[in-house]
Design a binder for this molecule. Structure first.
Ligand SMILES: CC(C)(COP(=O)(O)OP(=O)(O)OC[C@H]1O[C@@H](n2cnc3c(N)ncnc32)[C@H](O)[C@@H]1OP(=O)(O)O)[C@@H](O)C(=O)NCCC(=O)NCCS
Length: 170
């Protein structure tokens, strides 16, 4: 398997991760958004150019009041840089084989490079449902807390340290 930045040659039309909204976004919008610099999408490919997974990134800012309390401590009141992992999905036919994890590692590394160059402190995610929330929580992403269930956050520096720990163990 290999991960590449999305190109028109990649075959998207049959992609199905079980979540219609994510399939449709990839098939209808990912290439156009790439061209217009609205998002960056990276795709996972097998032997052919058929896409079996993808994630997309954009950059943004977050006000301290929107952050989980633990992550907001001591921060100034202007927007803090973040990289948003807007979507991540693996084709239903290859789920449960560690490929979602591979994409997450790649997303964290890309977020880290962007963050290093433009001072982004967080990587954030918009889980599409409860199951996705569980997937992200397993990587250390934190809920805002309270009643508002939405975006989850992780410090990029902590995400990278966790990856380094895993690679040191292997
Ligand atoms: C969520 C998704 C990306 C996971 O991809 P995957 O390739 O099946 O996951 P992996 O096999 O790489 O699993 C990685 C780890 O996450 C865990 N995991 C996978 N799905 C999970 C879930 N829904 N909740 C909690 N943990 C989950 C796995 O158990 C595994 O942990 P382990 O290494 O400790 O065993 C995939 O199921 C998917 O595309 N689902 C539909 C779209 C979606 O929900 N996207 C995310 C929100 S935008």
């Amino acid at each position: 398997m290999r991960i590449e930045r999305i190109r028109p040659q990649h075959v998207l039309k049959d992609f199905d991760c079980g979540v219609k909204e994510l399939n449709e976004w990839l098939i209808k919008h990912a290439i156009e958004n790439e061209r217009r610099d609205l998002s960056r999408t990276f795709v996972l490919l097998g032997d052919s150019d058929e896409v079996v997974g993808f994630y997309s990134l954009t950059v943004g800012g977050v006000n301290v009041e929107k952050l989980p309390k633990k992550l907001a401590k001591g921060l100034p009141k202007f927007d803090i840089g973040m990289v948003l992992l807007g979507r991540l999905a693996i084709s239903s036919k290859v789920q449960g084989q560690g490929l979602g994890r591979d994409l997450m590692v790649d997303a964290i590394l890309h977020a880290s490079v962007a963050g290093d160059n433009a001072a982004a402190r967080f990587i954030s995610v918009d889980p599409i449902d409860e199951s996705a929330r569980g997937f992200y929580a397993a990587f250390g992403f934190q809920d805002i807390g309270g009643d508002e269930l939405g975006r989850m956050y992780l410090r990029i520096i902590d995400a990278v340290a966790a990856l380094e720990e895993v690679s040191d163990e292997n």
